[in-house]
Structure formats: C-alpha cells, structure tokens
Design a protein around this ligand. Structure first.
Ligand SMILES: *[C@@H]1O[C@H](CO)[C@@H](O)[C@H](O)[C@H]1NC(C)=O
Ligand SMILES: *[C@@H]1O[C@H](CO)[C@@H](O)[C@H](O)[C@H]1NC(C)=O
Ligand SMILES: *[C@@H]1O[C@H](CO)[C@@H](O)[C@H](O)[C@H]1NC(C)=O
Length: 949
C-alpha cells in the first residue's frame, strides 16, 4: 500500500519527465571519469603538439608468441607499470571474425576479472578457430591473414606501441588503439592507512626477501592516468559502493577510417546513425551509456541508458560495413566523435576482461550473418505472438478479461493475446492468483483459448519475502539468492514490497525455475498462458539508480557490477526454457522481456519500456526499433498509445498504424491512464484503428516470412534504409522509415500532428507501388522524396518493384484461426517486369519445422515481351509430402494482383485451364496497370505456373 501511494505520488507530479538526477552522468562514476579523461589528455596533448603515445607494448617483435592453430598469445606490458604483466590473445575465427582478449596475468592479488560474458552472449564461448589463418612477424608488426582468400582480410598488429588494424585488400576498416586510449587498470592493493593509525602492523611482513631495494624509478603516470580518491569505495547520494577489488576498468579505442556513420549500441532513444558525444558542437555531451535501468519517463532523444544493452557497433560507408562486438557485461560508456577521418569511438567499462570481436562485413547483411553465427539465430516465435496483443495495467478481474474478448468480437477487431499485469497476483506474488478477482484462472484461460486466443501473465524477478510464499522459501532454502557484499541474502523494495532476487547465473536455479512452470506445480496455469518478464534490469526501487548495488554477489563470488547488463537475459532464458518444456511435446515459447543483452534474441521478444504517449516519443521510437534490430533484437515494439498519459484520438490512431508495423504489436497503458481499448472509441476513430489491426492480420504471412528469415539467417525483421541500400549515401541517416523483411514493403509511420501528407525517401531505380491504391511512383535513376497523402486513415506503405507480397485478406477474430484460409498475392513488377517472393508456412507453434514439417515456396514472376508467368516452386529440400504440407494441402490462392504489367492480356491460364481476370491499363495520372486474377485454382503446397498471354 505504501508503495502504491509512493508510486502514485510520483505519477501525479505535474510534468512527465525523467528524473535525470536519479541516474548518473559519466563524471559521477569514478571509472568513467578516470578512463574518459584519457581522451581529454590525448586531445590536450594534440592541441599542444605533444606526443601522446600508448604505454602498451607487445612482447618484442623477436619473441615468438605461443601459438595454436588460429590463436596467438602475446605478452603485453605497460610502461606505466613495468612490473605488471598482461597478455593479449588474438584468435582468427572460422567465420572471418577476429577476437582479441586481454587480461592481467600472474597477478599477485587474489582478484580475477570476470571472464564469462562470452559464455552467455555467444553460442559457443570458444567459437571454432580458423585452421588456415597464419601469422608472420617482421619489423615489429605481426600480420595475421585469415578468412576466405578473396576477402583479402588481414590484421596488422604493431607491437610498440600497440596498435591493431583490420584491413580488407589493404584498406583499413577498423583501427584499435589509433588514439592510444587503450588501458587496463591492474588490480592493486588497497592503500594501508597511515602507519600511526595501524595497530600491530609489525611482524606482518613475509620475513624473507625484506631487504631494502633501491626505490624503483617511478614513471610519471600523470600524463595518462587520472588521480582518483574513489578507487576502493565510491559514494553516490545515500549509497556507498564498497568496491573490494579496487579499480579494474578498461578503456578501448576503435576508429573507423572512411566511415561517417556508426549504428548500434542499443538501447538508446537516439537517432539510428549515432550522433557525436564529444568534439566541437557535439549533439550529446554524455557518452552512450550501457547500464540496464528501469528508467521512468525517459527522454525521447538522449544518450542516457535504457533497459537493454548490446555492446555492438556497426560502422558503415558505401564500400563496406564492419562491426565491433565488445563482450562486456559491466557498466560501459561509449563516446562517438565524428571527424574528417571518419568516426572515432572510445569505450570505457568498469570491470571484466577485455574481449572484443571484429566482424568484417563487408555488407550489412554479412554483419547480420556474422553476428548470428556468433550469438545464434533469433528464436522463431509462435505464430500468434506476431499478431495483436492487448495489455493494460490492469485487467482487474476474470470477468473483465472475458469482457475484453467479447468487446473485440462485437466490433469485429481481431485479437490474439490478452495480458495480465502485476495485479493478477495476490500481493504481487507472481504465480499466486488473486482468487478474489480471479476465482477460476483455469476456466478463464480455457474460455480465452476456446476463441483461438492466448493469455500472458507477468512474472517479475523480485520475489516477495514472505514465509508463506514457496518461491521465496524454496529459493532461500536452496541458497540461490543474490547476496549482499556481507554475504547475507540481499533484500530490496519492489512491487512486492520487501523482496529478494534469485541468482539466475547459478545453474542450481535453472531446473527449479523450470519446475515452477510445470502444470503440476503451477496448477493455475494452462498451455494457453505465456509469460512476461518485466523489471529484470533488475529494478530495485530503493537501490542506486533504481537497480541493484554493484557490490552485491552472484554465484562464483562475482560482483553484480561484473554481470549487471547480462542479468536480465539470464532470467529471460530460464523462463522461456520453462515455457518450452512444460508440455511433453515441446512448444515454441513466448516470453517478453524488458531487459536484454547480446544474445537475448534467442529467447524471445522485447519492448522498449515505459514510453510516453506523446508525438516526440512516437517519432523517436522508429530509430530505437531499428537500432535494436540491427543488434539482433528485432522482435521489438513499443507500448501502442504510450505507457504514460492520455493520448489524443489522433495520436492513438497514428500509434496503431505504427504498431501494425512493429514486429511486436502490443497496446499497453499505465494504471492511471484512461481506458483506451480500440472498441471504446466511436467511428471513425474505431474504424481507423480496426483497419490498422486488420491490415496486420492480412499481412501476417509476410511478417512470418520475415521472422523465418531472422531465425534462419540472422536478418532483422525490419530493415533500416542503409542496410537495404548499403551504397546509397543519401539514405544512411534515414531512420524514420523501414522495410519489412525482404518483402519489399516500405513503411513509414506518420508521427506529426495534423500531417496530411508525408514524404518518403526512395533510393533506387525501381517503381514503388502504393499498397492502398493504384498509384505508382515511377523508377528514377536518382534518389528522391515522394509525397504521399496521409489523412488520418492513411499512411505511407509502398511496395518496391520486384517483390511478391503474400497476404490473407479474410481476417478472423484470432490469427490462429486463419491457418487454412486462402492467400492473396500482390505482384509488384520491377522495371524489367519481374518479381520474386517467398511463402513460408508451418504449424506456428511446435518444432516440427526443425525436422522438415513446413512449406517454403519460392514465387517468381517473369515477363517475356507482353506475356508473363507466375510460378511457385519448392525451395531447397522442402519435402512435398511432409506432415504440415499434407495438413494444408487444400489451401489455395484466391487472388493474384499484378501491378505494372506491360502487356494487354487476352488470356490467363493454369495448366491450360482458363482463369478469370480483370485488367486495368496504366494511366498518365500516375496509376499503374492492375491485373487481377481471381481464383486461379492453385494450391500453395503445389508447383504451378500461371501463364498470362
Ligand atoms: C576464466 O578464468 C579462470 C581462471 O581465472 C579459468 O579457470 C576459466 O577457464 C576462465 N573461463 C573462461 C570462460 O575463459
Ligand atoms: C540458458 O539456459 C540453458 C539451460 O537451460 C543454459 O545451458 C545456457 O547456458 C543459458 N544461457 C544463458 C545466456 O542464460
Ligand atoms: C529528402 O528529404 C529529406 C528531408 O527533408 C532531405 O534531407 C533529403 O535531402 C531529401 N532527399 C532528396 C534526394 O531529395
């Protein structure tokens, strides 16, 4: 109760705006202050034309590194600390990727650096090495040749001072330590208090070897290292971070010669092409921060940290794309500087080993594949999860949940999933239903399921500290809770009041957590119930920056600071695993997470957190989706309508239109907002929202193709302009429109109030067809903007010439009921009169597709003079007689619409049989020709050709 009042008090604050003072700036965190300042000293040196040379050197050129195939380890030293030894290991991986690791070795202290980030982020902690890679050393430079011969990849490692350059055919792509900012803080002992304060200090020496040595010449370190009084303890507001290990931060410096654009580093509410954070007139003044936090009412344009962190950066120019994946789970800040010589970046992290990978590209598509090879493909979601989700904090009773179903049906708006936020659980003890308001949860779930629908209930990671709650007593008794620095179980405040947190890094928790979701243990759950993991940064209301103290302890003695950004993923993984295996016949799970890390795409969807129902948030979100998407997290969406606030009708309609093109499409709202389910509105508003949701349902086959490509190739579900047209420089910064998979659908949300027209950027020499009308924007050799009428009921949706877009025009109340409905195909011809497409279908819920139970067709339209043909052929080794193909053998194509056909057809035939068609010729007013073929009598599982003569 106290909490609710507290939360309310905060909510009733006059203006909605983030409390910036609740979150640190770089200067308020000591490692960031220290390590960022290396760059300022380097710049000051440059300004005064003083040398600023890296103190780091690899074992002299003559020394042969210890080798195993594809891997070389060098001794590494710093002139600042000649007595401390580091090592640098370079691996050439089979995938053409280079991995570089550095750590302190032979340290005299008991401390170790966290070295398990790769274990969680990568599919294999030690990806296969390239047996064919070779290393030669001459003149203090070791050169590694690796990857496919034709790629011409080399890595040049200059020993003194240390510098690493990745080149393709001699052209530098990325330079490590170009600016000499690389630094690893070694472990040191806590300075003893002044001697007079020490009691009984005598006799503690080792005895032997105590002879007095001549004082070593202390190098002047001040040119490189900053003084800092906060090395072993750090205070911020009322919190003290004990830092028993002392300083162990590191600083990395990557420059991208020739690239003016860098993308990635999600999650930030910034433009996709990351603007500068340093340098004259920089766009932001704070570095991009990676530190997963529960940020309340975040700013729509900022480099502040949000809920997730993927330390992946793409640098791009029209000739090449390269990627840096920095495997670090501790707090990390990244400065971006735009210079005449390309983008330069400076990364500082608080703890852990240095472990980064250089992805060679050279195209964005190659980067997507390389990243997926390292981190694994995205999960293939259950089909229902790609449809519409209705959420609200909260549907308060069982009756209300049923009412929502009925109301959607009454107004003929489809719905697949109804969500329950925290109030379904008694005292927010997730798993324990509030039986007063949900007297028969199983009956409710069955009723929802009887309509082909699903439910999602929230299960957050905070566990109410209450002896009558089995999740608490179990986890306490098994000793799998996260601990405080003093070794006792940590408790903090969250929705549940006083709470504890299970340590999901501890494998002991895994099997237990899985068991909690079995139907035998969670008796109030059914197979129609899926899960939402919120607050997993983790959010701790009374913790520093609303999260966990950094000196909390996880299994193995690691500090929370070492693993913070990975924490949310561990929870997400375990929950999705539990949902997968709760039925004997494993089913695809659906678990939404708020927090994420590199690799989270293996476990399900994310959304971008607590947004505001304002135009600037709606406008800014597109770039966030795209930034998340290129880092694997493309099953992404935002709360439609905005979590906070009461959006106007206009903004709500625009948000639904945007939502219909978000990979994850869910409406959600804060408990204090006015109800805004689509059925509550009068026409025409309700109709506009209905149209948007129905359009999503019609296009679900196209979305499913895109999800399948994401799961198969690592491609994003939605593609930013630069990735779709990597050579078109004019499109690199375009982040307000995007493409759905390889479908050719180009969507742009309308994000300004009162907009009656919207400009869309077209990059290539192809016609683009308006999805909603017969209008065509002709091919043009030059990139151009075209203006589209966008009254409230409409928005830009174009089809790039050359694509075939599959859809199902009959919409049912839930997508799961549409599996045997016929398909429609829109064939949008390119300049040469050709088009390609695909259709991927499976049972939408199981894993049969992994053993061949699916239908995957290649669709192809070819023009020959004034004739043409549309053919469907099977792809790859898709067996014609697999179980799913048999099940949908009767499903046909009911309509084909060919746009831009040049002939004047006199007949349309399939296997010699005439099919009905209509043809409308193109007109000079900018309308394309439209050929509509009705009921051609072909089945989706068969090979067929439709001939047009
Ligand atoms: C991490 O370091 C420890 C020793 O410090 C070592 O035993 C372990 O194998 C390392 N783990 C990985 C994944 O490299
Ligand atoms: C996910 O869970 C499985 C066990 O279910 C475990 O083997 C794997 O290491 C986990 N990965 C992450 C990132 O949690
Ligand atoms: C398209 O419009 C944008 C925004 O107004 C502008 O920056 C860009 O230069 C235009 N591109 C072309 C090719 O006209």
């Amino acid at each position: 109760m106290r909490l609710t009042l507290l939360a309310l008090a905060v909510l009733l604050a006059p203006a909605l705006a983030v409390k910036k003072q609740d979150f640190k700036e770089c200067a308020q965190t000591s490692f960031c202050r220290r390590l960022r300042s290396i760059a300022s000293r380097s710049e000051a040196a440059a300004a005064e034309q003083r040398a600023f040379e890296s103190p780091y050197t690899l074992g002299s050129g003559a020394q042969t590194p210890s080798t195993s195939a594809g891997s070389w380890t060098f001794p590494l030293t710093s002139s600042l600390y000649p007595d401390i030894s580091f090592s640098l290991r370079v691996d050439a991986l089979e995938a053409g990727v280079v991995r570089v690791r550095a750590d302190e070795v032979g340290s005299a202290t008991k401390w170790r650096r966290y070295n398990e980030t790769a274990r969680w982020a990568l599919l294999e902690a030690e990806p296969a090495l390239s047996a064919s890679a070779s290393l030669t050393t001459a003149d203090g430079v070791s050169t590694v040749s690796y990857g496919a011969k034709e790629d011409g990849l080399t890595l040049e490692i200059t020993h003194s001072p240390l510098k690493i350059v990745q080149k393709r055919h001699g052209t530098p792509l990325v330079v490590f330590n170009e600016r000499s900012l690389f630094h690893v803080e070694h472990f040191r002992s806590k300075p003893e208090p002044a001697p007079e304060a020490v009691e009984g200090a005598e006799g503690e020496g080792e005895g032997e070897g105590q002879k007095v040595l001549a004082a070593p010449e202390t190098p002047d370190r001040s040119w490189f290292e900053a003084e800092d009084n906060d090395l072993f303890e750090e205070r911020w507001k009322q919190w003290t971070d004990s830092k028993p290990k002392g300083p162990e931060g590191f600083s990395l410096d990557f420059s991208f010669p020739g690239s003016d654009h860098v993308f990635g580093l999600p999650e930030h509410a910034s433009p996709l092409s990351l603007p500068s954070t340093v340098g004259e007139g920089s766009y932001y003044t704070e570095p991009y921060r990676l530190w997963n936090v529960d940020i309340f009412e975040y700013v729509a344009d900022s480099s502040m940290a949000l809920y997730g962190a993927v330390p992946l950066l793409h640098a791009h120019n029209k000739d090449s794309s390269v990627g840096v994946l920095n495997l670090v789970g501790s707090e990390t800040w990244v400065d971006v500087a735009h210079t005449d010589a390309g983008v330069k970046t400076h990364w500082v992290s608080e703890s852990g080993i240095v472990d980064f990978l250089l992805l060679p590209g050279p195209r964005p598509t190659d980067l997507f594949k390389q990243y997926a090879e390292l981190t694994g493909p995205a999960q293939m979601p259950p089909q229902f999860a790609t449809a519409y989700h209705q959420c609200r904090w909260n549907y308060n009773t069982q009756a209300e949940v049923i009412e929502v179903q009925d109301k959607f049906d009454e107004v003929d708006i489809p719905l697949d999933v109804t969500w329950l936020d925290i109030e379904y659980a008694e005292e927010h003890r997730y798993f324990d239903w509030d039986k007063k308001n949900f007297p028969d949860p199983v009956k409710m779930q069955d009723e929802v399921a009887s309509k082909g629908r699903k439910m999602v209930a929230i299960v957050d990671p905070h566990v109410k500290k209450q002896d009558s709650f089995r999740i608490y007593t179990d986890s306490r008794d098994q000793d799998i809770l996260i601990k405080k620095a003093d070794g006792n179980n940590f408790d903090g405040w969250c929705w549940t009041g006083s709470s504890v947190w299970v340590d999901f890094f501890n494998p002991k928790s895994w099997e237990w957590w899985t068991r909690m979701f079995t139907f035998g243990v969670w008796k109030d759950s059914t197979k129609a119930l899926f899960i939402w993991n919120d607050m997993n940064e983790p959010s701790v209301f009374d913790g520093p920056e609303i999260t966990m103290p950094k000196d909390n302890i996880h299994v193995g003695g690691w500090e929370h600071r070492d693993v913070h950004n990975i924490n949310g993923m561990m929870f997400h993984n375990q929950t999705q695993h539990a949902i997968t295996v709760r039925e004997a016949d494993a089913k695809r799970p659906f678990v939404l997470s708020r927090s994420f890390f590199a690799g989270s795409h293996r476990y399900g969807a994310i959304w971008i957190g607590d947004n505001l129902g304002t135009w600037d948030h709606l406008a800014g979100e597109t770039a966030v989706f795209l930034s998340n998407s290129i880092a694997g997290m493309s099953f992404v969406g935002s709360d439609v309508g905005g979590f906070f606030g009461n959006p106007s009708h206009e903004i709500l309609v625009r948000w639904y239109q945007a939502g219909a093109f978000m990979p994850f499409f869910r409406a959600h709202a804060h408990i204090d907002t006015k109800r805004r389910e689509p059925y509550l509105f009068d026409e025409p508003i309700r109709g506009y929202i209905r149209d948007a949701i129905r359009l999503r349902y019609q296009l679900l086959p196209t979305w499913y193709n895109a999800f399948h490509d994401a799961a198969t190739h690592g491609y994003p579900v939605i593609w930013p302009q630069y990735a779709y047209f990597p050579e078109d420089e004019g499109g690199f910064a375009v982040d307000d429109q995007y493409y759905v998979g390889d479908s050719g659908l180009l969507f742009k949300p309308v994000v300004t109030e009162g907009a009656t027209t919207t400009d869309v950027y077209l990059a290539d020499n192809q016609p683009y067809y308006d999805y909603f009308s017969d209008r065509v924007f002709p091919a043009s050799a030059k990139p151009r903007n075209v203006t589209i009428d966008t009254p409230l009921e409409s928005f830009p949706l174009l089809v790039q010439g050359g694509h075939i877009v599959p859809s199902r025009q009959r919409v049912r109340r839930a997508s799961t009921l549409m599996w045997q409905d016929p398909f429609s195909l829109v064939v949008a011809l390119d300049r040469d009169g050709n088009a390609q497409g695909q259709l991927y279908l499976d049972d939408g819920e199981g894993y049969g597709f992994e053993s061949g139970e699916y239908v995957h067709r290649a669709l192809s339209f070819k023009s020959k003079g004034y004739a043409g043909s549309l053919a469907s052929t099977k792809t790859g080794d898709n067996a014609a007689d697999n179980a799913w193909a048999k099940k949908i053998a009767h499903v046909g194509v009911e309509r084909v619409v060919v746009l831009g056909f040049r002939g004047l057809p006199s007949s349309v035939t399939v296997g010699g049989k005439e099919a009905e068609f209509e043809f409308k010729v193109a007109n000079k007013g900018g309308e394309s020709s439209v050929l509509v073929i009705k009921n051609p009598g072909v089945k989706v599982v068969d090979d067929w050709v439709i001939e047009i003569a």
